[in-house]
Design a protein around this ligand. Structure first.
Ligand code: NAD
Length: 351
């Protein structure tokens, strides 16, 4: 297993160090190589995605990323900013499938803004298409009309093969879970998503065991708050997935708990926490490393097909929480407040 380790900026190095500790504790045959990205890439070689980092990522089976970004780079030209490195590496690696689980650990039910009975036991997987849709469709731009008025244009478009490959990811994941897929679209108004629905229905013939349902995106946004436990796997396009996955993340209370995976067609993947580089708490040893550690579990499951070790890592996180260890973002009265490094140690001890 060859893993490119890209800690990035802000709390990135702190949280990635904990995930690396967990990977090492598994005693697997792993080859990890570290490289700079984001602001760290810019500092090292004037580029948020240095050539050597991209080369390493391409040659690796998986990428473990911390986070990128710091306010101090906000004045740089757009193409030199840390976030550009992230967008470029996703595109270069052709990572079209973004997997964002929203899972609530029973110990953290009180951390959600929703009533505990609505969210406890929540376990949703949102599968978002990441390289198409209105974010990439042409034509796009701000144009001048004949009457002198300006017009902003973006184009929502999906072709069959793009829909089919993301659909396949969702159905395959559902087969390993509760065998339910809810496809989210706006087929009543948007032709691009009418085709989306047709292709999902065609694809479902290959997965007779999976129950496919459809939901309009406005209703899905409402149902996620009203009764989120009705969902198992949700699959949707880039823009709807962007919005719904952020909505779903808040069901679970803390962004410090949420991992993510972005996969290509061969299950090569980039694994990272859903949160950013949190420059406000960087270097203080108070960040929550669990989203990054749980991203390692996703790496074992989706790229290395090692379900047993994925579950070992997830169970170790559950055990550390059950033992009362909490970083500041998830701390409640009576639990044991620890720092980033000590939380990593607690997970390793639980392993
Ligand atoms: P953020 O996610 O970094 O932080 C939002 C809030 O959540 C902050 O108060 C932060 O302290 C807290 N937080 C985040 N992760 C935490 C953790 N693991 N433990 C405890 N608390 C945590 O978002 P932001 O402040 O809007 O952005 C900061 C920088 O991160 C910006 O430069 C932004 O561009 C970048 N960013 C990067 C990514 C990425 O690398 N994938 C994603 C989002 C934002």
């Amino acid at each position: 297993m060859k893993i490119a380790v890209l800690p990035g900026d802000g709390i990135g190095p702190e949280i990635v160090a904990q995930a690396v500790k967990v990977l090492n504790a598994l005693n697997l045959d792993i080859n990890m190589t570290e490289a700079p990205i984001g602001g760290a890439g810019y500092e090292a070689s004037g580029d948020p995605l240095p050539d050597a980092t991209l080369k390493l990522a391409k040659e690796s089976d998986a990428v473990l990323l911390g986070a990128v970004g710091d306010w101090k780079y906000d004045k740089l030209e757009r193409h030199l900013r840390p976030e550009r490195g992230l967008l470029r590496i996703r595109k270069e690696l052709n990572l079209f499938a973004n997997l964002r689980p929203a899972l609530l650990y029973p110990e953290l039910a009180s951390a959600s803004t929703l009533k505990p009975e609505v969210v406890s036991g929540l376990d949703i997987m949102i599968v978002r298409e990441l390289t198409g849709d209105i974010y990439f469709g042409q034509p796009r731009g701000i144009f001048k009309l004949e009457n002198g008025e300006r017009e902003g244009v973006n184009t929502m478009r999906y072709n069959e093969s793009e829909i089919r490959r993301i659909g396949r990811v969702a159905f395959d994941i559902a087969m390993k879970r509760n065998k339910k897929v809810c496809s989210v679209d706006k087929a009543n108004v948007l032709e691009a998503t009418e085709l989306w629905r047709q292709v999902m229905i065609e694809l479902s013939a290959e997965y007779p065991e999976v129950e496919l349902s459809h939901m309009y995106v406005d209703n899905a946004a409402m149902q996620l708050i009203r009764a989120p436990k009705q969902f198992d796997v949700m699959v949707t396009g880039n823009i709807f997935g962007d919005i719904l996955s952020d909505e779903a993340s808040m069901l679970t209370g803390s962004i410090g708990m949420l991992p993510s995976a972005s996969l290509d067609e061969n299950n090569k993947g980039m694994y990272e926490p859903s949160h950013g580089s949190a420059p406000d708490i960087a270097g203080k040893d108070i960040a929550n490393p669990l989203a990054t550690i749980l991203s390692v579990a996703m790496m074992l499951r989706y790229t290395f097909n090692d379900e047993a070790n994925a579950q070992r890592v997830e169970n170790a996180v559950k055990k550390a929480l059950a033992q009362g260890y909490r970083t500041a973002d998830i701390w409640t009265e009576g639990s044991n407040k620890v720092g980033c490094n000590a939380m990593g140690d607690a997970v390793v001890a639980a392993l």
